[in-house]
Design a protein around this ligand. Structure first.
Ligand code: PLP
Length: 452
């Protein structure tokens, strides 16, 4: 613990705070459970970080990784060389998406890389089409797209932007269709229309021939678990088509079953030109991500002029053979054993349990989610609704107390929201334990602040 405090720089945490409040040191994972170095056993209600869909320590996946280690631990896929696992994985992914108009996959390591790749493909596409003015990106407030300069620039949360400004020029943000927090209307369908109109107004204001792409998550995860109204994405597609703007779906969290179908885009009716994938691709056993490109874009990149040289993007570890072997095995299990159906079924139970245990709680403003993502927003006044003073740190306190009681959840910074995204293998009784334990933690915090 002393070495952790002295030597580790924790991502997404204030360096000083991490020295004062020791993070839990995780030592072991098995199924939906993890253990820390003190032997404290906890239910992993966040699947590592919206990622470990198969659960921890799946032997079949581990064996596939070891076998690949024996066969070929590493080779690159730049220009003159490639390897068998990369070819197999590209083919499998493209075929999984058929009959969608998908042509190919560009591999990278994490979600932020995949976003960066997609943004760069969008820019190069328009240059090759002879429309170099189309360089701008539009995105949603509360959206999360990773931490590289492109991703940060389209991120919709000040926390991830402010310390690094000025960011990429030409990035603009519009309001998210967030039923619980919007100044426009209580009617979700009207909200979908209004927010789609905001996109149209922004495109027209910028000048349609200057906008490269609109990027967004099908359902926003880290920004607060925000599910758009059902008419939103079909309307957005119409607007993108009207003005020739590309649509990028950031499916880093949602791809491979999390929302109850293989891809989140199908759940919400979003028809993208480009898509990013990561976490569930390898169930987080090894880092791997990808930017998925439609025929429309691929044809232009493949046949376009050589004015800009080779596609100037790629990483030493792009399509790393061990990661590719891990992804192939993960996808095989997901498809063969119907993990997507499992996520859909357990997702329905999760939402029932959240309603049963939280609907009448005085601190709960809204319960929301989709598939096997759930969230509970805690508010000071549920009638208005009015948020807590952020300095009270209500959701982080609930997450901390839940952890002490044996359940890991995630406190999201956007609103006082506690989020759940357990592995797909979570059982009925594990889900019940998870929800009841967090309810107990919320009760305890409510008592601490004199609200129960
Ligand atoms: N995009 C989305 C939608 C994400 O949720 C995340 C991470 O949670 C990222 C991008 C960034 O992924 P990574 O942390 O692997 O770089």
């Amino acid at each position: 613990k002393a070495d952790n405090a002295q030597y580790i720089w924790h991502p997404m945490a204030h360096p000083g705070a991490m020295k004062k409040t020791t993070p839990d040191i995780i030592a072991k994972g098995e199924g939906c459970w993890i253990w820390d170095v003190d032997g404290h056993k906890m239910l992993d209600g966040v699947g590592g970080l919206w990622a470990c869909n198969l659960g921890h320590s799946n032997k079949v996946v581990k064996d596939a990784i070891v076998a690949q280690m024996d066969e070929l631990p590493f080779y690159n896929v730049f220009r003159g060389t490639t390897h068998v696992r990369a070819i197999e994985l590209s083919k499998r992914l493209v075929q999984m998406m058929q009959p969608e108009d998908v042509a190919t996959v560009m591999f990278s390591n994490g979600g932020s890389d995949a976003v960066e790749g997609a943004l760069k493909v969008a820019r190069q596409y328009w240059k090759l089409k002879g429309q170099a003015d189309r360089f701008k990106f539009i995105s949603l407030r509360q959206g999360y797209h990773g931490v590289h300069f492109g991703g940060m620039s389209v991120n919709g949360n000040t926390n991830f932007r402010r310390a690094y400004e000025p960011l990429l020029p030409g990035c603009f943000h519009i309001d998210t269709p967030w039923a619980y927090h919007n100044p426009y209307t209580d009617d979700p369908i009207r909200l979908g229309q209004i927010c789609a109109e905001l996109l149209e107004r922004e495109i027209v204001f910028q000048g349609p021939d200057t906008v490269a792409a609109f990027i967004a998550e099908p359902v926003q995860g880290a920004g607060g678990v925000i599910v758009p109204p059902p008419n939103y994405w079909p309307l957005v597609r119409q607007i993108c088509d009207k003005y020739g703007v590309l649509l990028i779906a950031d499916e880093v969290v949602t791809a491979f079953g999390r929302l109850g179908q293989m891809f989140g885009t199908s759940v919400v009716g979003m028809e993208p030109d480009l898509m990013t994938i990561a976490k569930g691709l390898t169930s987080a056993y090894i880092p791997l991500s990808g930017s998925i490109v439609s025929e429309k874009i691929w044809n232009v990149l493949r046949d376009g002029s050589e004015k800009y040289g080779a596609f100037g993007h790629g990483y030493t570890y792009s399509a790393h053979p061990i990661a590719a072997a891990c992804a192939l095995k993960t996808l095989e299990i997901v498809e063969r054993d119907d993990y997507v159906g499992m996520a859909a079924k357990q997702g329905r139970l999760l939402h029932q349990l959240l309603q049963t245990h939280f609907a009448d709680h005085p601190l709960v403003g809204e319960i929301r989610g989709q598939g096997l993502i759930g969230a509970v927003e805690l508010v000071a006044d549920r009638d208005k609704p009015e948020a807590f003073d952020p300095s009270l740190k209500i959701a982080p306190r609930v997450a901390k107390r839940s952890m002490e009681l044996g359940v890991i959840t995630r406190a999201l910074p956007a609103a006082d929201t506690v989020a759940f995204s357990p592995p797909f293998i979570v059982t009925d009784s594990e889900l019940e334990t998870m929800v009841k334990t967090v309810r107990k933690a919320v009760d305890e915090i409510a008592k601490e602040i004199g609200r129960m």
